[in-house]
Write a protein that binds this ligand. Structure first.
Ligand code: PLP
Length: 378
């Protein structure tokens, strides 16, 4: 493939046309767990000894993501949480971790428990308030973890400022960019040290692969520990999943565009609906993070939005129950639209009981809007 092509071109060819032996224009799957040597005991391919550190198909998928992110290196993991855990496991006992409050509850739960087990100091902060972030970092920090746009509250964090504050505090900045995907935002180009994605979401986009990924701006000592730990401790994505991910990424540019358009149209429809109390979506002009999102995202604001239904929890569940096109299921970023009552999953985290989280898919937007119209019943 020609160098310096635009992301949509890179993605459409993801990992393809690389097999001079067969001429196949999609990549092959390499399931071999081990690789042979010649009579002289030299490896036939010096890059390949054993699949745990050396998976051909995983490498192909990593190369696509690395180029999209403008990263120095990229590592795939078997889930988003495995990637997040890898971004923390290098920290010494007693380290100081700064964590955005109110993000994906699975990350929050694991990070809190990990810090408690390892005797680490954990500071929770809302980094949309940069002064508050500076204050918790004032006496130094080791890792700052933020998620933007955040799930499910859709807060937008200033990545360049977080990176600057983290660096000044001596910390590694890690950005969970899952809700944006690398098609819409590249945090490393804004100065972040590491970007993480759940590849389960829009990177793959078809709700049929669990995966996670870390990419770094520079290959530092910390990155070296993360890479070595993955190879030695074995949190490796399988070749079949990596191949499905490559296949999914071929349409990422198109999907990200269509899902963002559908999400914006739904948000615009819902915000003026008399049965709706409010809509959280950074694509809306009156969202507090709109200007920042416009500056640090391009091509759309993502598929994720939340709607606050007028009334109580029973009313929100009633609306969710009446939807016929939206599927009631957890997760986000797939081609099919999903709706979820987050409070039912995480009643302890203080989320509004009337909040429905929506992941807009690629369906006809008229069908999506009509479905909400009938479900809201007005
Ligand atoms: N980060 C965000 C923002 C998520 O929404 C999720 C999952 O929902 C994860 C990380 C974890 O990813 P996975 O489920 O692939 O482990």
């Amino acid at each position: 493939m020609k160098k310096d092509v635009k992301p949509a071109t890179l993605l459409a060819h993801a990992g393809g046309a690389n097999d001079p032996q067969t001429g196949g224009i999609v990549p092959p799957i390499m399931p071999a767990t081990t690789f042979s040597r010649g009579e002289d005991y030299a490896l036939h391919n010096p890059d390949n000894t054993y699949q745990r550190p050396h998976s051909e198909t995983v490498r192909l998928a990593e190369n696509v993501i690395r180029e999209l992110e403008g990263a120095a290196d990229t590592l795939l993991f078997p889930s988003g949480m495995a990637a997040t855990a890898a971004a923390f496991r290098w920290l010494p006992n007693g380290a100081h971790v700064v964590l955005q409050d109110g993000i994906y509850w699975g990350s929050t739960k694991w990070i809190k428990e990990f810090c408690a087990r390892r005797g680490m100091r954990l500071s929770l902060v809302d980094p949309t308030d940069l002064h508050a972030l500076e204050t918790v970092c004032a006496d130094g920090a080791d890792l700052v973890f933020v998620e933007t746009p955040s799930n499910p509250l859709l807060k937008v964090v200033d990545i360049a400022s977080v990176a600057r504050i983290a660096t000044a505090a001596g910390a590694v900045s890690v950005i969970d960019g899952t809700a944006a995907s690398p098609a819409l935002s590249q945090p490393l180009k804004l100065g972040a040290d590491i970007v993480m994605h759940s590849a389960t979401k829009s990177l793959n986009g078809h709700s049929d692969v669990l995966g996670g990924v870390l990419s770094c701006r520079e290959e530092t000592e910390v990155w070296d520990v993360i890479r070595t730990d993955r190879a030695d401790a074995g949190a490796i994505m399988g070749p079949f999943e990596a191949w499905l991910l490559l296949r999914g990424m071929r349409t990422l540019a198109l999907r990200a565009e269509r899902m963002s358009d559908n999400a914006l149209a739904l948000a615009t429809y819902l915000k003026d609906h008399p049965a709706v109390e409010g809509v959280l979506y950074p694509g809306l002009d009156d969202h507090p993070g709109h200007d920042l999102a416009a500056a640090q995202m391009s091509g759309g604001y993502g598929s994720l939005l939340s709607v606050l239904i007028k009334g109580d929890m029973d009313r929100a569940l009633e609306v969710a129950g009446r939807l016929q096109v939206f599927i009631r299921a957890t997760s986000l970023g797939g081609v099919e639209s999903l709706v979820e009552h987050r409070y039912s999953l995480e009643p302890h985290t203080g989320l509004p009981k009337n909040l429905l989280r929506i992941s807009a898919g690629i369906e006809d937007v008229g069908d999506l809007i009509e479905d909400f119209a009938q479900a809201l019943g007005q």
